[in-house]
Each structure stands twice: as C-alpha cells, then as structure tokens.
Design a protein around this ligand. Structure first.
Ligand code: GTP
Ligand code: MG
Ligand code: NA
Length: 458
C-alpha cells in the first residue's frame, strides 16, 4: 500500500450534463434534500458545492460491499447548470474537479450540452463516469428504492430489460460517435483507461445511487492517490461573489488544498486591483447541504481541504469569480502575492486592442469575459475591443464607452454578456447615444452588433 493513503483529501467531483437530465435531483437524492424544487423555473443558474462525509457514503453503499474501505475523508461535489447559457460555469466546475459525473437522460441520449460538457472534459483530460439517469421512466419500471442497479434490474420484466438494453446500446453508439468508449461499470475492468463507465440511476427512486457513489470513491482512491494526497500549499478558487444578508459581500470558494484560518490575510483578484483583506468568518453549510442555498452556516476557526466555503471579509465588492485566492504567509511579500493574484486579469487585458479603437465589453465573470474576448477575436467575427468590465453595467462603463463617439461612432457600443444594466446606465446611454446590447448567449451579441453595423452603413 502507498504511504500516502492515510493523508488523502476529499476528491472533488463535478456533475455536468444537458439541462434537466437530473443533476441536481441526483444530489438531492443523496442529500435527502429538495434543492431542485426550490430553483426558479426548475433550472440551476449558479454553481454549488456539497460535502458528503465518508460515513454517509459508507451508509449509502453498504448493501454493495459492507466492508468497502474508504480512504478518502469524503467527497466534495460541485453542481453545475445544464442550460446552454452557462458554459462559463460548466467550464469553471470542470476546471476544478478531479473527476466528473456526466449525466445523460436515458430517454433522450446525448444532447447538445452533453457534448459540450464532454468536450470540456476531454480538453482537460478529466476522467468521468456516465450516470444514465431516469431509468424509472422505462415503461413498466418496478421501483426498488435505493437498490444497487444489478439487483433492481433483476426485478424488471423482460420488456423493461429489453427497452433498457436497446437504449443503452444506442447511447453507447452515440458516445462512440464522439470518440468515447463506454461500458456498464460492472463489466468495465479497465476503469477509465480507455473505456468510461456507465452507471444507470434514478434520482427519484434511488436505484443505482449506491453504485454511483461507490464507483466514484473507489475509482478516485485507487487511481488518483498522488493527485489526492493532501498538500498544505493553499489552492483555492473563487466560485461566486454574493451579497448575503447580515454578512455583506461574501465569496464562495472551493478549497482544493491547504488550510484556511479565521484571521488569515488573503489576496483576491478585484476589478479595481488586488483585494487584500482578512478572513472575518469561515462558514460552511452542514454536511450534505448545498452551499449555494441559504440556510444556517457552521462557523469554523480553520478548515482543511477539500471543502466548499463561504468567506466573509471586508472589500469583496469587486472580487472576480473564477480567479484564485491567495493566503499571505509569514514569510511572504504581499506585493508579490498581489501581483500573482492579478495575473488572471493581465492575460485578459493583453487581449485589448492597443490602438484604443473598439467596443466596450462587459461580462459576469472573468471566465465568461475571456470566452467573449476569444469569440470576438475569431476571424469570422473580428470585433476590436477597447475596454472591458466585469459585473453589472454602471454609468461609469457608459462614460468609458462614450469616448468612441468622437473616434468611431459604431464602437460607442457596450456588449453586455450575462450581466444586468442599471437604470442610471440605461438612461445615460440613451442620452449620450451609446448602444447597449444585452444577451446571455455569446452569438446573439454578435448578431445584434452586426445588424446594427449594417443599418449604420445603409
Ligand atoms: P439543470 O441544472 O437546470 O441543468 O437541470 P438538472 O440536470 O439539475 O435536472 P433537475 O434535477 O432539475 O431535474 C429536471 C427534471 O427531471 C425535474 O422535474 C426532476 O424531477 C426530473 N428528474 C430528475 N431525475 C429524474 C429521474 O431519475 N427520474 C424521473 N422520473 N425524473 C427525474
Ligand atoms: Mg440542476
Ligand atoms: Na433543471
């Protein structure tokens, strides 16, 4: 056995897939919660995190293997939206995880955001399992609440088994068309080498959930010992920046490695430069509860990775989601760390047109801003950018964009991607003649801008 086995952090698992395949419901089923029914329109629009302690996983999987040895302290699962507008959040989630669950609706097979998710995972070489969800929707399914899938399948009629096999075969073929080999997990001896595992599940009646949990834990602790060996070098990413009643502007982070303490001096990347502040409180939801859902928080003096944490401190108003958080150690030079914290921002700034002629673009996060700049640069689009912003469009952004009125009128335009425009900003833009285009899908911004240019030229 490896000497590191006693010093593992919890694996981070990202759950991804097309809209409404049951990602949140699967987590609800494990948590015993009802997060999904509380979501506006039943769709997830934020990234979330839930910690599952090993004892809960042991309890939930005991029917499969009473003696299964769990070496990891737990599992941290990141929920992502499946709606097409939230590519940036899928990208952020997949960038953070050790392993992923790709959820496919057995009745629908592969869908556009399944393929998009698959490409994100391929790009980063992230291993994943496929949860083939909604098996209870097979016609005539006999519910075997929370049963392991093989046991549940034995209870089914010949017709159900036939439909199941037919759909499974079709979906395996669809994956093959994407260049991915898949196989039912209990037949797959390779475990991720060349063939990815499929676990049939139901988020409503719980069949296959024990299998999914055990597979995740066993696979990670078997094949990722090195990656999962705890390191005390802090590695931490800002998931969301949120105003919480009674706490002011807070940040939700995923601590991948290291320890955070109350009172630690930290640095995060901000719109107006690096934010140097002190951790006032370290909060987590209760185990098996979702970080993004309002609830009661547990206060901690210190927290060890891996964990999803809400941090309260002064000065987070302009913090940028998707960037790294740094802790200033006793031997560290704050100036060096401030510079490191702003690195993410620099790479984005360097993409701005130096001639100073171009549109102003505004996006919800650094990640989505990068995606937008990348898109505007492609030859088919080729729209120069002279200024950027993150977060809602304010008056000051309109002021900056208005500079172009004198230089090149059509560039006196704000492309607002997935952000709100304040009432005052709207009024000022009307007054000055600055065009503001809003969309939550990148391509739509281009379409609107192009149509506008065409009308100007006429
Ligand atoms: P987004 O986050 O919006 O992308 O959706 P999601 O993938 O999280 O799916 P969600 O959990 O919101 O579930 C979508 C719908 O499918 C809800 O009405 C669920 O009740 C239903 N659903 C999810 N899983 C199952 C399942 O296993 N069986 C059945 N019958 N319905 C399910
Ligand atoms: Mg969801
Ligand atoms: Na949904």
């Amino acid at each position: 056995p490896n000497q590191n086995e006693d010093n593992l952090r919890s694996p981070i698992c990202c759950i991804m897939g097309h809209v409404d395949t049951g990602k949140t419901k699967l987590l609800d089923c494990i948590r015993g919660t009802n997060v999904q029914e509380g979501e506006a329109g039943g769709i997830t629009q934020q990234i979330g995190a839930t910690y599952f302690p090993a004892e809960n996983i042991r309890e939930r999987t005991k029917e499969l293997k009473a003696d299964a040895k769990l070496k990891v302290p737990g599992l941290l699962v990141i929920d992502t939206p499946g709606h097409e507008s939230f590519t940036n959040l899928r990208s952020r989630g997949s960038g953070l995880c050790d392993i992923a669950i790709l959820v496919v609706d057995i009745m629908h097979g592969l869908e556009p955001q399944t393929i998009e998710s698959l490409n994100l995972l391929k790009m980063r070489n992230t291993e994943f399992i496929v949860a083939l969800n909604k098996v209870d929707r097979l016609y005539g399914w006999k519910v075997c609440k929370n049963a392991p899938i093989v046991k549940a399948m034995k209870q089914q009629s010949k017709d159900v088994q036939f439909e199941y096999n037919t759909r499974l075969t079709q979906i395996v073929t669809q994956f093959k068309e994407q260049g991915i080999n898949t196989e039912l997990y209990y037949k797959n001896k390779e475990m991720g080498k060349d063939t990815f595992s499929i676990v049939p599940t139901s988020a409503i009646s719980g069949e296959g959930i024990p299998d999914m949990l055990l597979l995740l834990v066993q696979w990670t602790q078997k094949t990722m010992i090195e990656r999962l060996t705890y390191s005390n070098v802090v590695q931490c990413t800002v998931l969301e920046v949120k105003v919480v009643e009674g706490h002011g502007t807070t940040i939700d982070v995923v601590l991948v490695n290291g320890v955070l303490h109350e009172g630690d001096q930290i640095v995060v990347c901000g719109m107006q430069g690096p934010i140097v502040t002190t951790i006032r409180a370290l909060l987590t939801p209760h185990p098996m509860k979702e970080l993004r859902v309002k609830g009661t928080y547990l206060h901690h003096k210190e927290i060890k990775a891996a964990q999803g944490i809400k941090i309260t401190a002064q000065g987070f108003e302009h913090a940028i989601a998707g960037t790294s958080l740094y802790v200033v150690g006793p031997d560290d030079d704050v100036e060096d760390i401030k510079e490191a914290a702003m690195e993410d921002m620099k790479s984005v700034m360097s993409r701005i047109d130096k001639s100073g002629e171009g549109v102003y673009v505004q996006a919800s996060t650094l990640g989505s801003l990068e995606a937008l700049l990348e898109f505007l640069k492609t030859p088919e689009v080729s729209i120069p950018v002279s200024g950027i912003g993150i977060g809602p469009v304010h008056k000051k952004d309109v002021m900056k964009a208005s500079v172009m009125l004198e230089k090149k009128k059509e560039y006196a335009t704000i492309l607002a991607f997935d952000v709100k425009v304040t009432q005052e900003a709207r009024e000022l833009s009307d007054e000055l003649g600055v065009k503001v285009f809003m969309a939550d899908i990148i391509y739509h911004l281009f379409d609107q801008f192009k149509a506008y240019i065409d009308t100007i030229k006429e």
